[in-house]
Design a protein around this ligand. Structure first.
Ligand SMILES: NC(=O)c1ccc[n+]([C@@H]2O[C@H](COP(=O)([O-])OP(=O)(O)OC[C@H]3O[C@@H](n4cnc5c(N)ncnc54)[C@H](O)[C@@H]3O)[C@@H](O)[C@H]2O)c1
Length: 307
């Protein structure tokens, strides 16, 4: 079977691409990126056994995948992704991310490839003990243009329900090392700043708020599970390794870097309240995710140990 990964140079895409040989029955993998993020190094030293074919394509061009055929599965990761910087950039982000998904939907409809779409747990935002996928519309309170767009994407897929085989996975904030690692999300940014003895800026209200986090190892398990078990339900699933407060994350960081400097700051996404995201729905299908994000923290800090 053949696979297409879009956004292959990104934080998640580069990890999946590197580990693709661990997914049974994948013969060839086409990997696509527009290299806008300049992460050429994500495809350096690729393993021969992964049998990759790299294509530079901008998916905002709706015909960009027209020359591809014989693909069984698509993992769609191409996206502009910085939630905090999405304020004031909504139009550009909307234009890019929605156009990319349109191109991928058009491709999947034409080739009958099954689609794995990645959304985000940032679509939740209202305080309640635990949020799950069945939560009412009123509990979906995206707090950034980035999260708004994720909800629009989910709705686009639902509308195409009859013509597609897909899953939308609401990923928690990613932790872990990959070739295309970025440092703009909570865990990684904290690790980077801890490693270089810079201030760790923490949103004032966030210290004791629970948020969902997802180890790259668990993210990979989800892709492997879908492809190997042919798990496509035209549905939405939360995906996380655990819910943690920022304080709990900082405690984990302190185990590998004793002295860290925490500075409390204001933020445009600060008005969110505490919530736990439930992972029971995916568990019911036999997929249990419990990778230890502390190991990701250790590995990330280790990257910078001589700095
Ligand atoms: N990293 C996280 O914490 C996290 C959490 C939840 C959901 N997600 C979602 O997972 C997906 C992948 O995230 P990531 O962290 O790997 O992102 P990333 O920003 O590291 O990578 C995205 C990749 O997409 C490429 N890209 C962007 N626009 C493109 C276009 N028009 N054509 C072709 N390629 C394009 C970029 O060049 C980049 O290499 C995104 O949909 C993101 O919203 C990420």
């Amino acid at each position: 079977m053949n696979l297409l990964i879009t956004g292959c140079c990104g934080h998640i895409g580069s990890y999946i691409t590197d580990n693709i040989h661990k997914i049974k029955n994948i013969k060839k993998t086409f990997i696509v990126d527009n290299l806008e993020s300049n992460r050429f190094y994500s495809i350096f030293s690729s393993k021969k056994k992964n049998n990759l074919k790299f294509l530079i394509k901008d998916l905002t061009n709706k015909k960009s995948l027209d020359d591809l055929d014989n693909i069984d599965f698509v993992i769609h990761l191409a996206s502009m992704t910085n939630a905090e910087k999405s304020f004031g950039k909504k139009n550009k982000m909307y234009e890019n991310n929605i156009s990319c998904l349109k191109t991928v939907i058009r491709f999947c409809k034409r080739t009958k490839a099954k689609l794995i779409h990645v959304s985000s747990t940032s679509v939740y935002g209202k305080q309640t003990e635990v949020v799950d996928e069945t939560c009412e519309q009123k509990y979906l309170k995206p707090q950034s243009p980035y999260a708004d767009i994720k909800l629009i994407e989910e709705k686009m897929l639902k509308k195409e329900n009859k013509f597609l085989n897909y899953n939308s996975f609401r990923f928690g904030t990613i932790s872990g090392v990959s070739k295309g690692i970025r440092f703009h999300t909570a865990v990684n940014k904290f690790c980077f700043n801890a490693a270089i003895n810079a201030n760790i800026n923490v949103y004032k209200t966030a210290l004791d708020q629970y948020r969902p986090y997802l180890s790259l190892k668990d993210a990979f398990k989800v892709f492997k599970f879908c492809i190997e078990k042919n798990f496509f339900h035209n549905d939405i699933f939360n995906v996380l390794s655990g819910n943690f407060t920022v304080n709990q994350i900082l405690t984990k960081i302190r185990k590998y870097k004793k002295n860290i400097n925490i500075k409390l700051v204001n933020s445009p996404i600060m008005n969110q309240l505490s919530y736990h995201v439930s992972q029971k729905k995916l568990n019911r299908y036999g997929l249990i995710l419990n990778s230890d994000i502390e190991k990701d923290i250790r590995d990330t800090i280790k990257l910078l140990k001589n700095i």
